[in-house]
Design a protein around this ligand. Structure first.
Ligand code: ADP
Ligand code: MG
Length: 374
C-alpha cells in the first residue's frame, strides 16, 4: 500500500481540506454572490485572533465568488495595495475588458510627439477611481461583479481607508461590487471608529470564534479520510478536547498525529498523544508568544487574576482582586476579548478562549518570567 500525503495544512493562510464551522457564513455569502439583488453579506467584516482562520476563509470565499461568475481581487492591507488591486483587476478581467480601459491617454498607444505634447503639463487624466470606474463600466453590463478582499486590516493605513471609501462610492453608483475584510478584533474595532468609513458600521460583522467540538471532530475525521485513513473513536475525543475549538491547533494536531505512523489505516491514541505534544509546542512558538508580547502590564494583571479561579471568572471577583474600579476592569476585559484571549460565558462571567493560554501564563508566573507589580 502506498503512503498517502499528509492532508492536514498547519501553515498560515492555507485553505484546509475541510473548513470546519463556517457553513453558515459560506452559505450566506454564496447566496449573496448568486443573488440578482444586493444582499448585506456583500460587505462583511471578519474579526478573529491569530490562527482562527481569517485568511483561509477569505481565500475560500474569493474562490467561491469566482465560481459564481465574479472577479476577485485579493489584497493585504499594506502600502501599495491600491495599485495591487488595480493590477489584479486588469489582469483577472483581461478577457472581459478592452486592454486600454482606464489607462491615461498619455500612456497608451504609440508615444508619438503629438500625444506627448498633448499630455505634457496637463492635469492627470485619470486616477485610481476613474480607472476602476472604467473597468466596472465594462463589467457591470455583462453581469460580472468585482469582489475585493482585504486581509490583515490596518486602520492606520490611508490606502486601506481609501479603498473602503471608494467602495462606498461604487455601491452608491449601483455597481456590482463586494468587500470582505478580515483582521484582528482590535484593528476591526478601531477601523469602525474612523469617520471616513462610518458606513462600515452598518455592514455585516462576523466574529470567528471557537468552533464547536462536534465540528472539530467532523473536520478531523473528514480530513483524515481525504487521505484514506480513519480516526479511532477514543483518540478522536482526546484530540478534539486538546484542540479547544481553535482552527490552527486542529491542523497542527492532525498533522503531527498523522506523521506518527503514516502507513497505518487508523490514527490511534498513541499517534494523537505524540501529535498533541508536538502541536502544543508549535502553538506556543507561533501563537502564544506573539499574543503574550502584545499585552500591556494591565492586561497581564487582569489575566493573571483569572488564574485564581479553577474555571471561569466572575468580573465582580476580578474587580475585587485587582482593586480597581469596575470601569477600568471593564476596559481590560474588552481588550482581552478583542485579543481573542478570553470570551464571555454569561453575564458578568468570562473564561479563557485561546487554548493553552491559561497554562502558558501560569508557567510564566511560576518560573518568574512574569512579574506583576502595581
Ligand atoms: N475553519 C477551519 N477549519 C479547519 N482548519 C482551518 C479553518 N480555518 C483555518 N484553518 C487552518 O488554520 C490555520 C490558520 O488559518 P489562517 O487562515 O492562516 O488564520 P488567520 O488568518 O486567522 O491567522 C491554517 O493552517 C488553516 O489551514
Ligand atoms: Mg491571516
Amino acid at each position: 500500500m502506498s503512503i498517502e500525503e499528509n492532508p492536514f495544512t498547519p501553515s498560515f493562510g492555507e485553505i484546509p481540506v475541510y473548513l470546519a464551522g463556517r457553513r453558515e457564513i459560506i452559505d450566506a455569502c454564496s447566496r449573496a454572490f448568486l443573488s440578482e439583488r444586493r444582499r448585506p453579506e456583500l460587505t462583511t467584516l471578519f474579526s478573529g485572533a491569530r490562527g482562527t482562520g481569517k485568511t483561509a476563509l477569505l481565500s475560500y470565499l474569493a474562490e467561491l465568488a469566482e465560481q459564481s461568475g465574479w472577479i476577485a481581487v485579493n489584497v493585504t492591507a499594506l502600502p501599495g495595495m491600491l495599485d495591487d488591486a488595480e493590477i489584479q483587476l486588469r489582469r483577472n478581467a483581461a478577457h472581459l475588458i478592452s486592454p486600454e480601459s482606464g489607462l491615461s491617454v498619455a500612456s497608451v498607444g504609440i508615444p508619438d510627439l503629438i500625444s506627448l505634447s498633448v499630455s505634457e503639463g496637463e492635469a492627470p487624466r485619470s486616477n485610481w477611481r476613474s480607472r476602476m470606474d472604467d473597468m466596472l463600466d465594462q463589467l457591470s453590463p455583462q453581469g460580472i461583479g468585482v469582489l475585493f478582499t482585504v486581509d490583515e486590516v490596518d486602520p492606520t493605513l490611508d490606502e486601506m481607508v481609501q479603498l473602503a471609501a471608494f467602495y462606498q462610492h461604487f455601491v452608491r453608483e449601483g455597481r456590482k461590487v463586494a468587500l470582505l475584510m478580515a483582521g484582528l478584533p482590535h484593528n476591526i474595532s478601531s477601523l469602525l471608529n474612523n469617520k471616513t468609513v462610518s458606513f462600515l458600521r452598518r455592514s455585516n460583522r462576523r466574529a470567528l470564534d471557537r468552533i464547536p467540538d462536534g465540528e472539530v471532530s467532523a473536520a478531523l475525521v473528514r480530513t483524515a479520510q481525504a487521505g484514506n485513513r480513519d480516526v479511532d473513536a477514543t483518540a478522536l475525543a482526546a484530540a478534539t478536547e486538546s484542540i479547544g475549538g481553535f482552527p490552527f491547533m486542529l491542523q497542527l494536531v492532525g498533522y503531527y498525529a498523522w506523521d506518527e505512523s503514516p502507513q497505518a489505516n487508523t490514527l490511534d491514541s498513541a499517534d494523537f498523544a505524540r501529535g498533541i505534544a508536538i502541536a502544543q509546542q508549535e502553538m506556543t512558538y507561533r501563537i502564544l508568544d506573539a499574543t503574550f508580547a502584545e499585552l500591556s502590564p494591565g492586561d497581564l494583571r487582569f489575566a493573571a487574576a483569572m488564574l485564581e479561579d479553577e474555571k471561569d471568572s466572575r468580573i465582580a471577583d476580578l474587580v475585587e482582586r485587582l482593586g480597581r474600579s469596575s470601569s477600568v476592569v471593564a476596559q481590560y476585559r474588552k481588550r482581552l476579548i478583542d485579543a481573542g484571549i478570553i470570551g464571555k460565558r454569561a453575564r458578568g462571567i468570562v473564561g479563557f478562549d485561546l487554548p493553552y493560554f491559561r497554562d502558558y501564563l501560569q508557567e510564566k508566573l511560576d518560573n518568574g518570567e512574569l512579574l506583576l507589580e502595581d
